[in-house]
Design a protein around this ligand. Structure first.
Ligand SMILES: O=P(O)(O)OC[C@H]1O[C@H](O)[C@H](O)[C@@H](O)[C@@H]1O
Length: 379
């Protein structure tokens, strides 16, 4: 890590009185690394660490770094239902049980994993010494938002869209085609190893914060996580994004829903008629398919990697069956809308996406097939 990041600059940030940090290892293995790296090497205070003693049962919690399960951190960052007693820290992060995934938060602010990888890629060359010679390429999984695509296009970087599953990134990194990659499922990584790395992602964000505040440590106000994300949206546009998970759905019903959506794809005019009937303001579906990937390294072909409906204005609906759900089937619905106008990038995400959500649920007949009127988890 010392050879990848500028530890001196990160230490300056961590010792700045205006900066505060909270890291939640959710009692997973990240705790051991957090103590050594954030506290002993970089000088963060011991009180920055939350749940950093690894426990065999994760202290009875579910070590998943998201807004639902990282409850203590979410509350401390001012994103919970009640207002915290103390002013929330400037920067917060969490890891999962084996520390390969991460969640990034600002004060009262959630950074989507899709935005996180795009922002790391956009700032990597300037803020992270390991990348100072340039990026070999960037990659995202198919359901991850297209925020990274816009960065790649603007910075003229090689770009890859791969199926869900880290092995596809591994192939690209082994072949020297990719430096930074990420997934909507909270995995982010680089080619320093061929896995996702939750500690690396936090150091990458600390590096960006330190770089942006380099000339500003003694200034009135530090550049915050929220400032960095808002500035990114102004430069590249914003991909409003949400994921609906329907867990433990009857497997037969889930298959039928997916079959129905594939069959519907044979007639775009019929799809558009249905879409306009649900919400006349939503733009036209211009392409619909099942995602298929030919690996550029070993030539292997992966079929049936998720059902996509692509809209004229860059919006997308993606339906996938989870490969990791434990009971019945888990249907994941990913909803995304691109907004280029800087004046419109600051809206509430669920509110901005409401028309598209309605289209997704009615078009797929979600309730009819699954019997569910609401998803189990919304991210
Ligand atoms: O299939 P899902 O439940 O959506 O899970 C998808 C995730 O599964 C594993 O954790 C893989 O390591 C990840 O790379 C992938 O994103």
């Amino acid at each position: 890590m010392k050879s990848i990041f500028d530890f001196q600059l990160i230490s300056k940030l961590l010792s700045c009185p205006k900066f505060s940090f909270c890291y939640d290892a959710l009692h997973g293995v990240a705790g051991a690394y957090a103590k050594r790296i954030f506290v002993e090497e970089l000088g963060a205070s011991e009180s920055s660490l939350l749940n950093c003693t690894p426990k065999e049962d994760f202290g009875g919690g579910h070590p998943d770094p998201n807004l639902t399960y990282a409850k203590e951190l979410v509350a401390r960052m001012g994103l919970g239902k009640s207002t915290p007693e103390d002013e929330p820290p400037e920067f917060g992060a969490a890891a999962d049980g084996d520390a390969d995934r991460n969640m990034i938060l600002g004060k009262r602010f959630f950074v989507t994993p899709s935005d996180s990888v795009a922002i790391i890629a956009a700032n990597a060359v300037e803020a992270i010494p390991y990348f100072s010679g340039g990026l070999k390429g960037v990659a995202r999984s198919m359901p991850t938002s297209a925020a990274l695509d816009v960065v790649a296009e603007n910075l003229n970087l090689k770009f890859f869209e791969v199926p869900t599953g880290w092995k596809f990134f591994g192939n690209l990194m082994d072949a020297g085609l990719c430096s930074v990659c990420g997934e909507e499922s909270f995995g982010t990584g680089s080619d320093h190893i061929r896995e996702k790395d939750g500690i690396w992602a936090v150091l990458a964000w600390l590096s960006i914060l330190a770089y942006k505040n380099k000339e500003n440590f003694s200034g009135e106000k530090l550049v915050t996580v929220e400032d960095i994300v808002h500035q990114h949206w102004v430069t590249y546009g914003r991909h409003y994004y949400t994921r609906y998970d329907y867990e433990n759905v009857d497997s037969g019903a889930a298959k039928e829903l997916m079959g129905y959506l594939v069959q519907l794809q044979s007639s775009l005019s019929e799809v558009n008629q249905i879409v306009k009937g649900i919400c006349p303001d939503v733009s036209n579906v211009v392409h619909a398919d099942e995602f298929e990937y030919k690996d550029p390294v070993d030539g292997s072909i992966s079929k049936h990697q998720g059902i996509r409906y692509l809209f004229e204005d860059g919006s997308r609906l993606v339906f996938r069956l989870s490969g990791t759900g434990s009971e019945g089937a888990t249907i994941r619905l990913y909803i995304e809308q691109y907004e280029k106008d800087p004046a419109k990038t600051g809206r509430d995400s669920q509110e901005a996406l409401a028309p598209l959500v309605e289209v997704a649920l009615k078009l797929s007949k979600m309730q009819e097939f699954t019997g569910r009127s609401a998803p189990t988890v919304i991210t």
